[in-house]
Design a binder for this molecule. Sequence first.
Ligand SMILES: Cc1cc2nc3c(=O)[nH]c(=O)nc-3n(C[C@H](O)[C@H](O)[C@H](O)COP(=O)(O)OP(=O)(O)OC[C@H]3O[C@@H](n4cnc5c(N)ncnc54)[C@H](O)[C@@H]3O)c2cc1C
Length: 394
Amino acid sequence: MRVIVIGGGAAGLMAAVMAARRGAAVTVLEQNNVFGKKILATGNGKCNLTNVKQDPQEYRSDTKDFPWQVVSAFPLAETLKFFTGLGIYTRNKNGGLYPYSEQASAVRDVLCMEAAHLKVKMKTQERVTCIRKEKEGFLVDTQTYTYQADRVILAAGGCASSVSGSCKDGFDLAKRLGHTVVEPLPALTGLKGVGAYFPKWAGVRFEAQVTLFENEKEAASQRGEIQFTEYGISGIPVFSISRFAARALNRKSRVMAVLDFMPDFTLEQLSVFLETRMENCGYKTMEESLVGLLPQKLIPLLCTEIRYVQELAEKLKNYPIIIKDTGPMSQAQVCTGGVSAEEICPDTMESRLVLGLYFAGEVVDVDGNCGGYNLQWAWSSGAIAGISCAGGTI
Ligand SMILES: Cc1cc2nc3c(=O)[nH]c(=O)nc-3n(C[C@H](O)[C@H](O)[C@H](O)COP(=O)(O)OP(=O)(O)OC[C@H]3O[C@@H](n4cnc5c(N)ncnc54)[C@H](O)[C@@H]3O)c2cc1C
């Protein structure tokens, strides 16, 4: 069985190893001059390769149940067994698992070592321009050569980030074979608000709850350290909800992020608490009474046009920001959207439209939350595509 894997990133390398282990003659075609460039950028160069907390909600798609069907077929335990076998001993940081060496290159390198050991042909600077379905198998054109294959795994990633290799090729190649592509939009990125005051709070980091509303209906909510920026809000909780904002904005919905600066208090508790604070130090102005509770830069903004403690408590619990945009695709960590999962069989990752064509990784309409879930998606989908295209079973 001749298998061509298009894309030598996380999903493509996993798929190549799994297919080769089951006896397939595998060739990986990668347009960059090295494999796994994006892996090197993950987790600030340390590679958060998965997470001990696995839950269906961490994986998102227009085809709701699809990601979890795939992830639970090649779950965390299988992933750890696989990487342990390659020599990766992990380090647990708040649930996120990293190679003990804290070097993302280790993850890329062990995958390449295993592929080489299995005699996978690893071709760099080979950009695939067309996949042609023949009566028997496929012809895969690059800029320099035409490869023959019995089966093809499309693992060309998505168009997020500025890491070299990120592009829309995978979507275009799939479209030309008749697949539908859910519009790719930025995810795991900051949110741009409407207002001129943002530069005043830029640089502040503060733990809060952020809740996203689409047309007044709650779409997502996360708690964690918010980063206040020149354009609005960022930080891990904002990254987590950004894909819902991107999809809502794309639907032309009204999108609002509401911050709760004191999520451990109910509104009533907060009113009483603030009132007591002010009574205890009656010589202080309202702004002065917030010193020690909130970061200095936020205080004047939160006290603007506030006369009563009750109003202040309401503002601290429900601080609205109208969202006009997400961060740009070039700054997003992943994209939401991709090849419609409705057209892919979750048991095998094979196309329902083109027999012998398989998909893996970010090219599919699946995006994970922050915390190692995008790589877990790449490992699970890559493993299943690799195993099943070589005729194996999970
Ligand atoms: C800065 C940053 C940090 C991140 N940190 C984490 C993290 O810590 N944990 C986590 O889970 N996720 C993280 N992610 C997300 C994660 O890296 C991706 O979701 C994952 O790498 C996707 O794997 P993939 O194999 O599908 O795509 P990619 O890794 O993008 O690989 C696709 C490959 O296909 C190649 N290619 C594309 N088109 C062609 C073509 N026409 N011909 C030949 N080759 C082609 C590309 O050059 C690329 O090498 C991060 C992303 C970024 C940008």
